[in-house]
Each structure stands twice: as C-alpha cells, then as structure tokens.
Write a protein that binds this ligand. Sequence first.
Ligand code: GAL
Length: 393
Amino acid sequence: MIQARTGLRTLTLAAAIAAAAAPALAAPPSAAPTPPMGWNSWNHFAAKIDDATVRAQADAMVKSGMRDAGFRYINIDDTWEGTRDANGVIHPNSKFPDMKALADYVHSKGLKIGIYSSPGPKTCAGYEGSEGHEAQDAQTYAAWGIDYLKYDLCSLGPRMIAAGSLDKAQDIELAAYKKMDAALKATGRPIVYSLCQYGVAQVWRWGGSVGGNLWRTTGDITDKYARMATIGFGQAGLSKYAKPGNWNDPDMLEVGNGGMNATEYRTHMSLWAILAAPLLAGNDLTKMSPETLAILTNREVLAIDQDKAGRQGDRVRAEGPLEVWAKPLSGGAKAVGLFNTSDQPSYVEVKYSELGLKGSAKTRDVWAAKDLGVLKGYRTLVPGHGVVLLRLG
Ligand code: GAL
C-alpha cells in the first residue's frame, strides 16, 4: 500500500515536471494520427438507419473481429436529425430516441461513435443543418459523447455559386468550416473532423488549415467497379497533401455490398490502403460473407493503410490499362500495387529501380500471404480488374 502510494506520488511528480518542461503551446495530439477506420451507415442503409440498426452494427463489429483488426468508429450519416427546440437545441428524430444512450452503448463495446451534419441550413437529404447553431450543435454532440463529425457542404453549394466569384465562394466555405472547427475545439472533447465537399476548390490544399482531419476528394462512390476505379486511380498526384492528422478521403468502402466481385473488392481495398485512405466499411456488418470479412480485415493490407509514417502512395507508371502504384512505409519498406484495369488477365511488371530502390528487396505477395524471395523486380499475371499487392522490405 505504502509502496503503491509512493509510486503514485512519484508518478504525479514526474508528470508535473514533464508538464512544466513541455512547450506552453504544444499542439494537442491529433484525433486522427492514422487514417480513421470504422463503419458508416450511408452506402448500405442510406435513410433506412435507426438506433437498433446502429447497435446491431456495433455488435457485429465486435463479434466479427473487426474491432480487433483496428476498426473503431460507428458513424451515423444523414437522416438522424429531428427539429430544434425553442432554445435552438437540435434533437434526433424518432428513429433515434436517445442519442446519449446510443453513444454509451457503442462506447461500452470499446468503440467510438460518429455523427453527420452540414454547414448549410439543410443536409444533403434535406434535414436540419448546423448553420447559425455551430457552437450549440458541437456542445450537444460532445454532451452525447460523439467522437467524429462528418460535415457535408450540401446546401451551402447554391449560395457559393450565387456568390459570383471563386474567391467569394471560397470565403463562404472557409468561414463555415472554420466556425465548426472552433466550436468542436471549444468542447474540449477530441472529435475527428471530416469535411465532405467532394474535392471542390482543391480542398486538399486547405482542408487542414480549417481544422479538417480528412476531406473528401471526390463525388460519391457507388458499388460499381468503374466508379470505384475512376475515384481510386483519380487520386494520382494528391499524395503530398496527406500526413498524420490530415488525410485525403476518396469516400467510404463498398466492400461486401454486392455490386463488385471479390477480385474487384480486393482492388478497392488495396488501392485505398496504398492511398492511406480512411477505411469506413459501408456494408451491413451483420450479414457479411467470410470472404467479405477476410477482405476487410486482412491484417497485412490494414497495416499498409495504417503505417505510422502516414505517407500516401501514388502512381509510379500507367501504360494503357496497367498501373503500378507504390506507397512508402516506415523503415524503408514499400507497398506496391500491380493493377490491371482491363477486364482480361494481363502480365504486369515492376522493376524495383523505378521505385527508387537500389538492388534487390525481400518481396511478399500480400493477398496470397506468400514470400516470393529477394528480387530486383517482379512480373506476374494479374486478373482482369485485379491487383497483385506486394510488400517490399
Ligand atoms: C452526400 C455525401 C454522402 C452522404 C449523403 C447524405 O453529399 O457525399 O456521403 O453523406 O450526402 O445525404
């Protein structure tokens, strides 16, 4: 007991010394040091989302092993919003009888919970937005125990167009995002701030300066190979704008929603991992096939996405439908994707010299979980719409 007390006092003293030595204005740790991982209601459920469904997804995230693989956020997208009371306080609609109780439930599972709003008067689905109520809404979210906010431009769009010039439009946008950033920070609760504005006005250049931890770089994804590929491969050139705490967001995952085959979903997952993209599953976690679960939770693929160096990968080379992408990993390793965007099998080759590597590197085929040896390059047959994902070093 005495020892424990002494230990405690020593610790407290050590903490006080550390605090005194810390620079006065040290930035608080980022709420998103690696790309956020979790689940979001929109891609599968859209407006058919309610309290019971969210609880079931949280249960399934734990039971399936996704939580243990690193998935954390259970994010409620649009259509939860009700009306404001006489004091302007937002209340959920009847689908969500008690948001605080729901947040407590999600937290009790060792998970975090996210919510959605718009800087305009209305959300994209026509529900109540946060304009003019930013501080109040942030306080409400914090009181409920919310850990993540997706803030979707929606109804500010027409006003920005009406502003006449790009500069004036951007002023409206920047001010709106900054207002919510300040409101979230004032709550004192760490809340991941996700800007959803479809890449308009090159958001990657300024998303971090308005407080964004991540920002959508494109319009909405759909559960079709062509759309996923347009978005994913369209991220070429954006790698320099991502870093720990600030991520490009090419939209949520469609893995398991049924519109692509397993080869195409592996391409989706590999590309998102190389892009250091947020990994928000968008399927019904209560009805996953073993194959879907295996694609979502492949530890080696997730490790590429979550690599602590926090560097986004980029295109190395494209020749017709064949593309080579690479992502620098901590400790000098690299992830390399050999992609075939045609619908017929094709050989794809990478020489390690074109990745800036001198000599040879230990090479592993990630999806096959197979060591290939120490090589200077690799040429392999890649299925149509498929990928061979390598880890070098
Ligand atoms: C869109 C957004 C989607 C979803 C939807 C909700 O603008 O890109 O991800 O949030 O609004 O209405």
